[in-house]
Design a protein around this ligand. Structure first.
Ligand code: UDP
Length: 319
């Protein structure tokens, strides 16, 4: 590894977002240490990076203490199960990585004098009563429902991040990430984008939960990563929403996937999961004004790239 570069640590660096962030940081000239326990991450996501002199992979569970040699400039704390079926399957680990994992990441940031950027989530708004959601909204979360393990873990993570900032003067950033999609999503992670694309490409019915009238707003991964990097470089310690405000119902989204894949499969309605938010759309005024950031990749283009990726996965191994 070269010594004259800034070092960034990415926890969860082998995951969907973490690995795209590692790619971006190496391209920006950072030395990157990727920390991941591979619970939901995939070593394949960083296979190419591992050939790179400025990239190091450390298999480690961030819920345990982490010490690293040498200076560190940024810590991007992305480790966590992030898809509803994952955090329902791994409730304790999800709570632990949000609590103990964030505590350890903050401890490392404090020891190194590094800036910590926390990957938070639109789930802190729960099933929102304010629409679209600005950062000033405190949210509507059921703490004891099945989704509460993720929502409350991230809310705690935000709280301890602000406490380290206020009490210890640690430089911190909080990004609230809205639904993001792109290559490297796991085809079986259960989220709506990979689920619908996989179903369409295999000629199976698209499983719309509930009546499909619930809404989401989908951001292409490259746009998100650009926004996160701009936030890291800013001096904003309050939370910032990063997402694409183009909102649509899940049923409209299903129709879009059928159209873009050219696979005329039917729709099958299934029960709505407990506490599934009725609406979700980011208010990105703060990101626009402060970071001069806005999404650039439109849905059709981003989904085109994502569908191409899944076609390759499909051709290579089948699903
Ligand atoms: N959804 C769906 N069919 C699926 C998977 C998800 O209708 O096969 C719905 C889900 O109920 C939610 C939306 O799509 O309303 C987005 O779900 P996802 O799991 O992608 O993420 P969420 O935004 O709920 O965290």
């Amino acid at each position: 590894m070269t010594n004259n570069k800034l070092t960034s640590v990415v926890t969860g660096g082998a995951g969907f977002l973490g690995s795209h962030l590692c790619d971006f940081l190496v391209a920006q000239g950072h030395r990157v240490v990727c920390v991941d326990n591979l619970l939901t991450g995939n070593i394949e996501n960083i296979a190419r990076l591992r050939q790179c002199a400025d990239f190091e992979f450390l298999e480690h569970d961030i819920t345990h203490h982490l010490d690293l040699p040498g200076p560190v400039r940024f810590i991007f704390h992305f480790a966590s199960p992030a898809s509803p079926i994952d955090y329902l399957r791994l409730p304790i680990q999800t709570l632990k990585v949000g609590a103990l994992g964030t505590h350890n990441a903050l401890g490392l940031a404090r020891a190194k004098g590094a800036t910590l950027l926390l990957a938070s989530t639109s789930e802190v708004y729960g099933d929102p009563l304010v629409h679209p959601q600005p950062e000033s909204y405190w949210g509507n979360v059921n703490p004891i429902g099945p989704r509460g393990v993720y929502d409350e873990a991230k809310r705690f993570a935000e709280a301890i991040t602000m406490a380290y900032h206020r009490s210890h003067g640690v430089s911190t950033r909080i990004v609230r990430i809205f639904n993001t999609y792109g290559p490297r999503m796991r085809h079986n992670d259960g989220r709506v984008v990979p689920a619908f694309i996989k179903q369409a490409l295999s000629g199976r019915p698209l499983t719309v939960f509930g009546d499909g009238s619930q809404t989401r707003s989908f951001c292409y991964v490259d746009d998100l990563i650009r926004g996160i990097y701009a936030l890291a470089l800013s001096d904003m310690s309050d939370p910032v929403n990063i997402g694409n405000p183009r909102e649509m119902s899940v049923l409209e989204f299903a129709t879009k996937i059928i159209q873009l894949t050219g696979c005329a499969t039917p729709i099958r309605y299934e029960p709505l999961p407990v506490d599934d938010p009725r609406v979700r759309q980011p208010d990105i005024t703060r990101a626009r004004e402060l970071l001069h950031w806005s999404p650039q990749v439109d849905l059709e283009e981003g989904l085109g790239r994502t569908i191409d990726y899944f076609r390759q996965v499909f051709d290579g191994n089948g699903f």
